[in-house]
Write a protein that binds this ligand. Structure first.
Ligand code: NAD
Ligand code: DAU
Length: 356
């Protein structure tokens, strides 16, 4: 691992990953962050490393073939870690198109450029030989597996059954990555992680949204009965898992990532209120998200047994640290929530009438 292309590095997980790599991985000569800076991208997340000589930011679109091609020529990447995506399920319900172009076409554009630069005989469609040590890692999600009932867990062999436009776009991208491995022998991995929480998460997602609203004594909009279950993992544990797959993962394999931390949404919301000393009367039940997946749970046996990865955070420590991080970074939150976010919030939640 020497020259790394990270896409979407100005977002929540991507910016945590860049910090992680520059701190933990000695073998990084150059790390290029390609990010379009959509509403979700924020260079403030990377302010402390912007002068690191190993790091460079490029503003651009993963769907821009000429740009991506030029970057491969200029920087001779040997590793691609692809985070860039439209990532919010609620937005995908209102505006699916951009999810399909960014998440599917963007992935194919990156794969094509990597194939051209890494294949020893790029003009020969039968050749499956690649440069030594190159690898493309697709950051996917547990949502591609669909929803679980009261029991069971997602394994890497669970059939894909996405339910939202977001998860359908991520599942489609996974299929494209798989096809490039099967057809062209591309050296790829796919990781499928459960819900992340931690610093720098955009306050449209459950945990930072509830912290922000509670701090301002605003209603906390809980969808439906609030008993949907997610399997929470601290973002730093996700980063260490991706690093583990990059260094030890078997080429062509899919790895699920999760920390065995199933929680109902209502439990999380109550925990946030208790930690902030706010009343439960702020909880407001609103109409459910259409197509809402009831439960996710990740079986992480493959990555733990085969690659020796394990999460370091307990949920109790992680959520406490995260709440304290948001309390200590009110400027960061206010700069986001004072702009376009106001329109987003009105459009998304004014129509979500309270349940009777
Ligand atoms: P995010 O929305 O916080 O960040 C996405 C980043 O991608 C932003 O910086 C944005 O500017 C950039 N981007 C969007 N479109 C782009 C384009 N066309 N070209 C270049 N950059 C573009 O997302 P996140 O929560 O950090 O998620 C990162 C990845 O991890 C996504 O692929 C997501 O599907 C996956 N994932 C997320 C979670 C989670 O809980 N957040 C869990 C599992 C997997
Ligand atoms: O599972 C991994 C996925 O987790 C990632 O692939 C996605 O990018 C990420 O956004 C996340 O998806 P979810 O839909 O699970 O996350 P979200 O934070 O939007 O919602 C978590 C749960 O909380 C979900 O059951 C919906 C509920 N919810 C969410 C919001 C924003 C509410 O009840 N009220 C809300 O206002």
């Amino acid at each position: 691992m020497k020259n790394i292309l990270v896409t979407g590095g100005a977002g929540f997980i991507g910016s945590n990953f860049i910090h992680y790599m520059l701190e933990q991985e000695e073998d990084v000569s150059l790390l290029i962050n390609l990010d379009l800076l959509t509403y979700a991208g924020n260079l403030e997340n990377l302010k402390d490393i912007e002068n690191d000589t190993r790091y460079r930011f490029i503003k651009g679109d993963i769907r821009d073939k000429a740009l991506v091609e030029n970057l491969f020529q200029q920087y001779d990447f040997d590793t691609v870690v692809h985070f860039a995506a439209e990532s919010h399920v609620d937005r995908s319900i209102v505006e699916p198109e951009i999810f399909l172009t960014t998440n599917i076409v963007g992935t194919q554009t990156l794969l094509d450029a990597a194939k051209r630069h890494w294949k020893l005989e790029p003009g020969n469609k039968y050749s499956r030989e690649y440069r030594q040590g190159v690898r493309y890692l697709q950051v996917s999600t547990d949502e591609v597996y669909g929803a679980l009932g009261k029991t069971g867990m997602f394994t890497e062999r669970t059939p894909l059954s996405p339910n939202s436009p977001y998860s359908a776009s991520k599942a489609s991208a996974d299929m494209v990555v798989r096809a490039y491995h099967e057809t062209y022998g591309m050296p790829v991995n796919i990781t499928r992680c459960s819900n992340n929480y931690g610093p720098y998460q955009f306050p449209e997602k459950l945990i930072p949204l509830m912290i922000h609203n509670a701090c301002h004594d605003l209603a906390l909009p809980v969808y439906g009965d609030g008993m949907q279950i997610r399997d929470w993992l601290h973002v730093k544990d996700h980063c260490s898992a991706i690093h583990t797959v990059l260094t030890k993962g078997k080429i062509g394999e899919v790895y699920n990532i999760g920390g065995n931390n199933e929680k109902a949404n209502l439990e999380i919301v109550r925990l946030i209120l208790a930690e902030l000393g706010k009343p439960e009367s702020l909880i407001t039940y609103v109409k459910d998200r259409p197509g809402h997946d009831r439960r996710y749970a990740i079986d992480n046996a493959k990555i733990t047994a085969q690659l020796g990865w394990k999460p370091l955070y307990t949920f109790e420590d992680g959520i406490h640290e995260t709440i304290q991080w948001y309390l200590g970074h009110t400027d960061w939150v206010e700069r986001i929530t004072s702009g376009d976010y106001q329109n987003y919030y009105r459009n998304m939640y004014d129509k979500a009438e309270p349940l009777a």
